[in-house]
Design a protein around this ligand. Sequence first.
Ligand code: XMP
Length: 511
Amino acid sequence: KIIILDFGSQTTQLIGRRVRELDTFCEILPYNKFPQDTTGVIGVILSGSPYSVHDPEAFKVDLSQFVGKFPVLGICYGAQFIASQGGGKVEKTNTREYGRAHLTSFDAQNPLFRGFKENSQVWMSHGDTITAIPADCHVIASTADVKFAAYASDSKPLWAVQFHPEVFHTEQGKQLLQNFVVDICGSKQEWSAASFVETTVKELKEQLGNDRVILGLSGGVDSSVCATLLNRAIGSNLTCIFVDHGMLRKNEFQKVMDAYKGLGLNVIGVDASDKFFKDLEGVTDPEQKRKIIGRDFVEVFNAEAKKITDAKWLAQGTIYPDRIESLSITGMTIKSHHNVGGLPKEMKLQLCEPLQWLFKDEVRRVGYELKMPERLIKRHPFPGPGLAVRILGDITREKVRILQDADDIYIENMHNYVCEDGESLYDKVWQAGTVLLSTIRSVGVMGDERTYEHPVALRAVTSMDAMTADWAHLPYDFMAKVSNEIINKVKGVNRVCYDISSKPPSTIEWE
Ligand code: XMP
């Protein structure tokens, strides 16, 4: 495996995903937690960082733990840190080096640049620059402004690049990472969805034997893939619980239940919507809504779980990004996320998390391998509290009905709109949804009648990981069709807006 040491860069997870795309296992660890036990380690990557090496609070690591022992690649801050520790020099630049640049020269003999073409575009993003490299190193690439764009050691397997090979804008970034991971570190590229399913099913059989396992389903990709995998391993010894809080999308509870039954899952569907609506009555504060839903969810789930008296395990669809220890540099809670979960303590269940090492795209690959329906695998993320955080102000069954109808028109049209490359608009965007602006009314005219009703806002974003997101540039003809259909068909809505805010500074959900 490759160890990626995280110095707090926004793109550290992206490095991990790129390595995984090379069918190579990797672990992302905080910069100061290089493992004592290095069995299976074939290489080390040092990430970027929001800090400058000169900041007093900058993250520092003892390089002797791995330099000289494994092939090492430093990226951005990683490259600057290695330079500063080895007797080189890092200085502030007057102009922040940010954005596109081209490699004006590179050492074609160096294995890191195998297959590189002249003038290859790279992406820079740093406030400092290396002005001298360590004595036992030599330059292997430069751009017009950056002399030491990349350097390598003469005596050790050590490479460093000041640009970001993991981002899309570095044209041959994938090639560079492949050169490092496969050619230099010697990865055998053995990970595949098929091999994952095979070994995981075998391990689950051994781990769980004849025990009963409970799992909370949410309709989302992770819990659904987790359930299907477990079903393959232990069949009817898996009992799934799917709670309907009443704020799912239109007909979703039924659709998802049908899909689960089609997969042969043993699912208990619980309609607890009365309880949720009652407890949410009159509540307008977003955080308060989340807390109530989170609490009620655990209560309902636990009451159901307790009926399964012989259960020994609780399975969860936790995936790797949920577990990567984040360096939380700002340490601020923007929204308290509620996810499916909650362990009935007195049941003393053990945790089983078979997807805990996978990134989302790998979970999807496993879903295809398990022959799950495409709609389930490609489903957009959906917040645990559901439409409750897409209705401004208090929540009533009537408002949920209005939002469900409007949203259904939006989303179905997205599925049906085929783009030039054959992909649907739904598959093109990361997440889409509708928000009911129920605290606002505006005047409209329908036929000869004046209306005074609510607007809805359509939201669609492109993103890699929901940490940052851009609003999606949806085609005008698509928006025109959706707007017409919503206003004509959904009673209670007389205006449709499109949200053109990116994250940051906005968030994806309105609440
Ligand atoms: P924001 O709105 O914070 O959303 O930009 C980022 C991603 O998280 C989802 N989200 C939630 N998911 N419980 C969840 O399970 C929540 O309370 C919650 N709030 C936001 C959101 O849909 C987006 O994908």
